[in-house]
Design a protein around this ligand. Structure first.
Ligand SMILES: Cc1cc2nc3c(=O)[nH]c(=O)nc-3n(C[C@H](O)[C@H](O)[C@H](O)COP(=O)(O)OP(=O)(O)OC[C@H]3O[C@@H](n4cnc5c(N)ncnc54)[C@H](O)[C@@H]3O)c2cc1C
Length: 389
């Protein structure tokens, strides 16, 4: 029996829509594709930030900044980026652009339906939905399971959890030319804790309260902290701003490596394909990298691969930093302070994107306190040995 489609993309979030876009820009743009999601309604529930000078979605971003600020130990580090730009892309903008293009295509079908399971039928991979079962030689899924949801936590697993408010103030208050990457001058609450501020205009900004810790907080605890931050930092009382929208999330930070889907012909993408960088939770740029790898493989008749793992040295840094983030919050707080005070922000961003060369890594490593890292190396010696050999 012939398959219903050339490709099925299950899940129309960051990964599914990115893959659809990369396919439509390739020599495979005439392939028959089914895109399934439980809802194609426009949701402005996520702001995806990334930095690059050559990113496919740079032009779609709500705002880009060429100046970044970090606040730590009462010191402000502000830097104009030379090559990189820090972008914020709203999920609503992204999905409406990709979906409106898909709706005009004669080869792409959109199916709004709940996905029940994946399997194989007539030796082809299939997706079963509330509206029927569909087959294709390749299915790309970002629906389930999300990493960390099926396994017991590993000794190095943490959560990056956050809640943010987009606020509009009744007077000019924010500097729209400068985004705050991290304001660490806040109570460290059972895990590295910081604020993040994206000013879109002098009156409108997204302010997020973020923690790297084991357990999410109650909604009202995040809200209380955001309210206090606005008062403390901008002397802003709640009768002088309106909350336009809220966004929240939990991103796994752990040492799990990208896993194959056990069903042949089905490939995990997005967070299901473990795209989040272990020690930062940033995933959007890695999702683009994976989508490009998939399309290049399909174009040359090769099997699309799971997301390629980080280079060994970056895996080792991630393990050590995760250990410290989990077991020694004061040391991790100090490491972040030193990282930002001793290195240019542009270099730190490239380091977080795993784009620095070994010489730059050495000077970054020399800038942070060695004691905690030596302790982490000792504690993780067996794990590090198994990674190395
Ligand atoms: C609020 C928020 C902000 C973030 N900000 C950043 C950032 O600034 N930078 C960064 O790099 N990363 C960020 N991330 C991390 C990561 O980039 C996002 O989580 C990203 O959305 C992951 O993409 P995904 O496709 O795996 O999942 P999603 O985007 O969540 O997409 C999954 C899709 O599957 C659909 N679905 C789920 N279950 C079913 C079902 N049973 N049937 C049918 N459809 C189903 C959902 O409707 C959804 O559309 C953020 C995450 C969150 C939550």
């Amino acid at each position: 029996m012939s398959p219903n489609y050339d490709y099925i993309i299950a899940g129309a979030g960051a990964a599914g829509l990115s893959l659809l876009w990369h396919l439509s820009e390739s020599s495979l743009s005439d392939r028959k594709i089914l895109l399934v999601d439980r809802s194609f309604g426009v949701r402005s529930d996520k702001s995806w930030c990334f930095w690059d000078h050559d990113h496919p979605f740079s032009d779609w971003s709500a705002k880009q900044w060429s100046r970044l600020r970090v606040v730590s130990n009462d010191i402000v580090y502000s830097e104009s980026l030379r090559q990189l730009r820090y972008h914020c892309l709203q999920s609503s903008e992204f999905s409406s652009r990709v979906l409106s293009r898909a709706k005009q295509s004669r080869t792409i079908d959109l199916l709004e339906s709940d996905i029940q399971e994946f399997g194989r039928v007539n030796s082809l991979p299939c997706v079963s939905t509330d509206d029927g079962t569909f087959t294709a030689p390749w299915i790309f899924q970002s629906v389930f399971p999300k990493p960390g949801s099926t396994r017991l936590p590993t000794p190095l697993s943490l959560l990056q959890h956050f809640r943010g408010w987009e606020v509009e103030t009744d007077h000019n208050l924010f500097d729209p030319e400068e985004a705050v990457l991290m304001d660490l001058d806040t109570l460290q609450r059972g895990g590295l804790t910081f604020f993040y501020l994206l000013p879109f205009t002098p009156k409108r900004a997204l302010v997020e309260y973020t923690l790297f810790s084991a357990q999410p907080l109650k909604k009202r605890d995040y809200d209380e902290e955001i309210q206090n931050y606005l008062k403390r930092t901008f002397d802003l009382d709640d009768d002088h701003y309106t909350i336009l929208r809220c966004e929240e999330g939990i991103i796994p930070m752990n040492d799990e490596t990208p896993a194959d889907n056990p069903i042949p012909g089905i490939l995990n993408i997005g967070l299901s394909g473990r795209s989040a960088k272990a020690s930062t939770g940033y995933a959007f740029s890695r999702i683009q990298r994976h989508c490009k790898q998939i399309v290049e493989s399909l174009e040359t008749d090769r099997n699309p691969p799971p997301l390629s793992g980080s280079p060994l040295r970056f895996r080792l840094y991630d393990l050590l930093l995760l250990y410290l983030l989990k077991h020694d919050v004061p040391a991790s707080r100090q490491i972040f302070h030193q990282l930002f005070s001793q290195n240019s922000l542009e270099t730190v961003l490239r380091f977080m994107d795993e784009k620095t060369h070994p010489g730059e890594d050495l000077s970054i490593l020399a800038s942070v306190p060695p004691g905690p890292f030596l302790h982490a190396i000792f504690q993780l010696r067996h794990r590090l040995k198994s990674e190395l050999f």
